[in-house]
Design a protein around this ligand. Structure first.
Ligand SMILES: *Cc1c(COP(=O)(O)O)cnc(C)c1O
Length: 403
């Protein structure tokens, strides 16, 4: 017996915490760039679960790895070795050039883990006085939802009512090199920053910003921590978004697409010095580095590389952006993006992006409004030229209808 989708939405509303406001569609199946609702309506997914399904929904090779591993061994805890963890380390180290890896589960856990390791590094290696370590973060950052992280958020929704918060963070405007330079002092141990601010509305920093950041971090012995949980793993047309800037982070955080959306898998990637401060018993996770996660992550990374998804993101992203920019509409104030991480800003007089996302839904596109006036567009990286062109036509219909 299948339950009516309206009843399912009513049950969610009645029984669940209301910490989300989903579009009114109940999805039952996904394949590649598409998802289907219970009535068989097909949608092109332009959110990709916030870039967790870069490889496309239900990728057959990742699914195969998951099914195969789940019949062998799923969880041992790190009290024992398992035969998948070393192979995962080797794959991700080879791909990213990292020397040390710390496996976790969610993105927020990777961020928390990096904060812990970098603080400890600050005391033990850099020589910061006990309890004084400071980490610089950016205004309008998004790094997750745990207590530590929302404490240094600047979004009133994300932090309001959740205090008291942990000290030790200093906030600077994103993209402002002088402000970053001015915030560094002897107690600064790290700079935690997104290469492109995703949740803030796909905000791309000025040319040369990260080159300057890199130089200042090196000069002042500050650990540069790039949160690539959303920008990483092909989304921007490069394996890591740092490649666009011609720099290398000291610590890189990945998550989301690390599992292709099958399972929460995240990791802290670093040089040996920072993760080297963690000794047995000082950090851990029951599920972190479990054999199922490792097998899934290996298959997810393999799919990205072997299927040319990173190059495809670059090509299709350029095509999508060109298409969006060619739309004649007095509603659109800006189209921007890098690879398949795109955003369309609407004139504030248009009445917000959500009504346009609802119209897109009726035309078979699922996209998410962010920050009131922005439509974010981030389809799975397996998208084809025809699918991009089809999507651009739907955007053109919706955005010129409003004109
Ligand atoms: C999604 C996201 C996170 C948090 O990941 P979760 O798996 O939801 O905890 C952290 N940083 C960035 C940039 C993200 O996009």
């Amino acid at each position: 017996m299948t339950i009516d989708p309206h009843d399912l939405m009513e049950m969610e509303d009645r029984l669940g915490a209301h910490n989300y406001h989903p579009l009114e569609v109940v999805l039952v199946r996904g394949e590649g760039v598409h998802v289907w609702d219970a009535d068989g309506n097909r949608y092109l997914d332009c959110l990709s679960a916030y870039s967790a399904v870069n490889q496309g929904h239900c990728h057959p090779k990742i699914r195969e790895a998951m099914i195969e591993q789940s019949a062998k061994l799923t969880l041992t805890s790190r009290a024992f070795h398992n035969d998948q963890l070393a192979l995962f380390y080797e794959d991700i180290a080879r791909l990213t050039g990292s020397h040390k890896i710390l496996p976790m589960n969610t993105g927020a856990e990777a961020v928390e883990s990096a904060v812990k390791a970098v603080r400890k590094w600050g005391y033990e290696v850099k020589g910061v006085p006990k309890g004084q370590a400071e980490i610089i973060v950016c205004r309008n950052n998004f790094h997750g939802r745990t207590m530590g992280i929302v404490g240094f958020s600047t979004d009133p929704d994300a932090r309001g009512g959740f205090g008291p918060f942990a000290p030790g963070f200093r906030v600077v405007p994103f993209g402002d090199l002088a402000a970053f330079a001015a915030a560094i002092n002897e107690s600064t141990v790290g700079f935690l920053v997104e290469p492109i601010q995703g949740e803030a509305g796909v905000i791309i920093p000025p040319e040369g910003y990260f080159k300057g950041v890199r130089e200042l971090c090196t000069e002042h012995n500050v650990t540069l921590i790039l949160d690539e949980i959303q920008t990483g793993l092909g989304r921007t047309g490069k394996l890591l978004a740092e490649e666009h800037e011609g720099i290398e982070a000291d610590v890189t955080l990945v998550g989301k697409a690390l599992s292709g959306g099958f399972y929460p898998v995240s990791a802290v990637l670093s040089n040996s010095e920072v993760l080297g401060v963690l000794q047995p018993g000082q950090h851990g996770s029951t599920f972190g580095g479990n054999p199922l996660a490792c097998a899934v992550a290996r298959a997810a990374l393999k799919a990205l590389v072997e299927e040319g998804l990173i190059e495809n993101a670059e090509k299709m992203g350029a095509r999508f952006m060109e298409g969006l920019r060619s739309i004649r509409s007095n509603l659109v104030t800006e189209v921007r993006g890098r690879g398949l991480m795109l955003a369309v800003d609407l004139d504030p007089a248009a009445g917000g992006a959500r009504p346009y996302c609802l119209k897109l839904k009726d035309k078979g596109i699922l996209a998410k409004d962010t920050h009131t006036d922005t439509i974010r567009i981030a389809p799975p990286l397996v998208i084809t030229e025809d699918q991009v062109d089809w999507a651009v036509e739907r955007f053109a219909e919706v955005l010129s209808e409003g004109a």
